[in-house]
Design a protein around this ligand. Structure first.
Ligand code: NAD
Ligand code: DAU
Length: 344
C-alpha cells in the first residue's frame, strides 16, 4: 500500500501515522507537511524506524513538489493539513482560505489527474455551525459554519464532493468533534489548561464557560479514520464523535482536579466572537455501517492526557519558548487585561 498523508507533523496527523504504521508496518507512507507553527518535528518521533516512511517538507499548494509522488501512483490520500485554530482564523483569516480551501483543491486536482484510489478529507463538525440545547448534528444537517476556520473547512468539503460528482473521484469525508490527547498544540483548550495549571498560571475560559463540546480521544478518532479509509462508501460523509458532551467549565475543573490545583486559577475572559454554543455529533451512521464507536471513557482519556503532558514537559516547554508565544501573549494578555471578571 502507498499512501500520502498531509499534516502528519500536527496533532491528529502524527497520532494517525503512528497508529497506521504500527498496524501496517509495510506501508509506503509519504508525510507532506509545511511545518507551520503547529507542525513539529518532535511529533514524528520514531517514524523513520519504518522503512516505508518518507517525509516531504512541502506546502499542499505546491503542485510541482507533490506531482512526482502522485505520478508514482497512490492507493490513498489522507488530508489532515490545515490551519486548525478558530481564534487564529478570527485574527488572520486569509491563510485559512489558502491552505484549507486552495490546498485541498490542489490535492484533489492531482488525485483526479493521477487516479488516486481513495481520497479521505479530514473535516470537522464545526461545518454544521452551532446547536441549541437539544439535538445532534447528523450527516444531513445543513452546512452553517460560523468562524472563518469552519467556513474554510465547509468550502473544502464542497470541493471534495464536487470532485466525486464531476469526475467520479472516490472521495470520503469525515467530520469529527473535538479531539484531545498527546501532541496537541497548547493553543487548544485542554493542553492550554493543563500547561497553565501546571505552571500555576490562570486558565482562561471564554464568556461564561458554559459552551459545550463533544470530546473524543485522538486514538478513537484514528481508529474511526482507518475504518472509513478501508470500508467507507465513496462520495459520502461520516460523522465521528465521542458522545461525550461537557461544558468548558466542567472540562477545566476536571483538569484542575486531576492536577490538585485550586479552582481560583480559572479566569473568565472576553468571549470568542461568533462563539458556537454547543456541538454534539450523532454517530449512528458510522456505527451502523462500519461498526465503530468511541471506546475511551473521558475520565480515563483525560487522566492519561494530563499524565502525558506531565511526562513531556520538554516537548511543550520548547513550544512555549518559541514564536508561538507572540500570538498567545498578545491575545491572552488582551483578554485577561481588559475583561477579567470573577468566577460565578
Ligand atoms: P494541527 O494544527 O495540530 O496540525 C496541522 C498540520 O498541518 C501541521 O503539522 C501543519 O504544519 C500542517 N500544515 C498547515 N498548513 C499546511 C500546508 N499549507 N501544507 C502542508 N502542511 C500544512 O491540526 P490538528 O488539530 O491535528 O487537525 C488536523 C485536521 O483535523 C485538520 O484538518 C482539522 O480541521 C481537523 N480536525 C481537527 C479536530 C481537532 O479537534 N483538533 C477535530 C476535527 C477535525
Ligand atoms: O469541533 C472540532 C474542532 O475542535 C476542530 O475542527 C478544530 O480544529 C479544533 O481547534 C476544535 O475547535 P474549538 O474551537 O472547539 O477548540 P478550542 O480548543 O479552541 O476551544 C474549545 C472550547 O473552549 C471552545 O468553546 C472555546 C473554549 N476556550 C478555548 C480556549 C483556547 C476557552 O474557553 N478558553 C481557551 O483558552
Amino acid at each position: 500500500m502507498r499512501i500520502l498523508v498531509t499534516g502528519g507533523a500536527g496533532f491528529i496527523g502524527s497520532n494517525f501515522i503512528r497508529y497506521f504504521l504500527r498496524r501496517y508496518p509495510e506501508t509506503t507512507l509519504i508525510n507532506v507537511d509545511l511545518l507551520t507553527y503547529a507542525g513539529n518535528v518532535a511529533n514524528m518521533e520514531g517514524f523513520t524506524a519504518y522503512p516505508g516512511y518518507r517525509f516531504l517538507h512541502a506546502d499542499i499548494n505546491d503542485r510541482e513538489k507533490l506531482e512526482p509522488y502522485f505520478a508514482a501512483g497512490l492507493d490513498a490520500v489522507v488530508n489532515f493539513a490545515a490551519e486548525s485554530h478558530v481564534d487564529r482564523s478570527i485574527e488572520a483569516p486569509l491563510v485559512f482560505a489558502r491552505t484549507n480551501i486552495n490546498g485541498t483543491l490542489n490535492l484533489l486536482a492531482l488525485a483526479q489527474q493521477y487516479g488516486v484510489k481513495r481520497f479521505l478529507q479530514i473535516s470537522t463538525d464545526e461545518v454544521y455551525g452551532a446547536l441549541g440545547p437539544e439535538g445532534l448534528f447528523t450527516e444531513e444537517s445543513p452546512l452553517a459554519p460560523n468562524s472563518p476556520y469552519a467556513a474554510s473547512k465547509a468550502g473544502a468539503d464542497l470541493l471534495v464532493l464536487a470532485f466525486y460528482k464531476t469526475y467520479g473521484l472516490p472521495v470520503l469525508i469525515t467530520r469529527c468533534s473535538n479531539n484531545y490527547g498527546p501532541y496537541q498544540f497548547p493553543e487548544k483548550l485542554i493542553p492550554l489548561a493543563i500547561i497553565n495549571a501546571v505552571r500555576d498560571e490562570p486558565v482562561p475560559l471564554y464568556g461564561d464557560g458554559q459552551q459545550v463540546r463533544d470530546w473524543i480521544h485522538v486514538d478513537d478518532h484514528c481508529r474511526a479514520l482507518e475504518r472509513v479509509l478501508r470500508d467507507g462508501r465513496p462520495g459520502t460523509v461520516y460523522n465521528i464523535g465521542g458522545r461525550c458532551e461537557r461544558t468548558n467549565r466542567e472540562v477545566v475543573r476536571l483538569i484542575l482536579d486531576l492536577l490538585g490545583k485550586p479552582e481560583d486559577l480559572i479566569r473568565y475572559v472576553a468571549d470568542r466572537p461568533g462563539h458556537d454554543r454547543r456541538y454534539g455529533v450523532a454517530v449512528d451512521k458510522i456505527r451502523a455501517e462500519l461498526g465503530w464507536e468511541a471506546a475511551i471513557p473521558f475520565a480515563e482519556g483525560l487522566a492519561q492526557t494530563v499524565g502525558w503532558y506531565l511526562k513531556h514537559r520538554q516537548w511543550w516547554e520548547a513550544i512555549l519558548s518559541g514564536a508561538y508565544m507572540e500570538f498567545y501573549k498578545r491575545n491572552y494578555g488582551y483578554r485577561l487585561g481588559k475583561t477579567e471578571h470573577k468566577d460565578r
